[in-house]
Design a protein around this ligand. Structure first.
Ligand SMILES: C[S@@+](CC[C@H](N)C(=O)[O-])C[C@H]1O[C@@H](n2cnc3c(N)ncnc32)[C@H](O)[C@@H]1O
Length: 201
C-alpha cells in the first residue's frame, strides 16, 4: 500500500499542509489571471487541498493522482459540499498518458518530488495544454532529506535546484519560464523553501 493510501484519512488534519496549498495557490494567482472559461488540471491532487481553491474561480478542474485512498477522500469532500465542477482520475505520472490539447492551466502542489521522470512528464503536460496554456508547479527546493519524517521509496527527488528545474521545463518546450521561491515551510528544526515554476506552451 502506498504511503498516501495510508495517510489519506488524516491528510487534512495537518494545518501545515493546508497552509502550503494556500500559499501555492496565492503564488499561482499572481502569475495567472483565472477566469470562468478555464479547465484546470491538478497533478497529484491528493485530497484536493490546492484544487478546492479553484472551484469558484474556473469552469472545471480535473484532479489526477495515483492514490485511490487520496482520491476517495476528495470524492467524499466534493459530495458533502455539492461541488459539481470537479472530476477525478486515477493516474500515474510515470506510466499513464494525458489527453492532448485539453487544459488551459496545469497546476501542482508538492507532488513533483514524488515523480521519477520529470522531463518526460513535463513533455506530456505540455501536450495536454491548449495553445497558450500555462503550467504552475509548486514544490520543494533542494533539501537534505530531512523534510519527510518517514522517508520511503515514494520520494524520488530531495527537492529541486531552481535553475535545473527551469532547464527541464525549457527542454520540454515551455516558454517564458520562471522558477522563483514563493515561501518557506517552517518546521521546528528547519525552514524549507518552496518554489513556483511557471511556463507557457
Ligand atoms: C505530498 S502529496 C500533495 C497532495 C496535494 N497536492 C496537496 O498539496 O495536499 C503528493 C500527492 O501526489 C500523488 N502522487 C505521488 N506520485 C504520483 C504519481 N507518480 N502520479 C500521480 N500522483 C502521484 C500522491 O498520491 C499524493 O496525493
Amino acid at each position: 500500500m502506498s504511503r498516501f493510501n495510508e495517510t489519506a484519512k488524516n491528510w487534512d488534519a495537518h494545518p501545515r499542509r493546508l497552509l502550503q496549498a494556500e500559499k501555492i495557490f496565492n503564488a499561482i494567482e499572481k502569475k495567472v489571471k483565472l477566469n470562468k472559461t478555464m479547465h484546470v488540471l491538478d497533478i497529484g491532487t491528493g485530497t484536493g487541498l490546492l484544487l478546492m481553491h479553484f472551484i469558484t474561480k474556473v469552469k472545471k478542474i480535473t484532479g489526477i493522482d495515483n492514490s485511490e485512498g487520496m482520491l476517495q477522500i476528495l470524492k467524499e469532500k466534493a459530495e458533502k459540499t455539492h461541488v459539481d465542477n470537479i472530476d477525478f482520475l486515477l493516474f500515474d505520472a510515470d506510466k499513464d498518458n494525458l489527453s492532448e490539447n485539453r487544459y488551459d492551466l496545469a497546476v501542482s502542489s508538492m507532488t513533483f518530488h514524488h515523480i521519477e521522470n520529470i522531463e518526460n512528464f513535463l513533455k506530456k503536460i505540455r501536450k495536454s495544454l491548449k495553445s497558450g496554456g500555462k503550467i504552475c508547479i509548486g514544490d520543494l527546493e533542494t533539501e537534505d532529506g530531512s523534510f519527510h519524517s518517514n522517508p520511503d521509496e515514494s520520494i524520488k527527488h530531495l527537492g529541486f535546484d531552481k535553475n535545473k528545474f527551469a532547464e527541464k521545463m525549457k527542454k520540454a518546450g515551455f516558454k517564458n519560464i520562471s522558477v522563483e521561491t514563493v515561501f518557506e515551510v517552517k518546521k521546528p528544526e528547519k525552514k524549507y523553501p518552496i518554489f513556483l515554476a511557471y511556463g507557457e506552451k
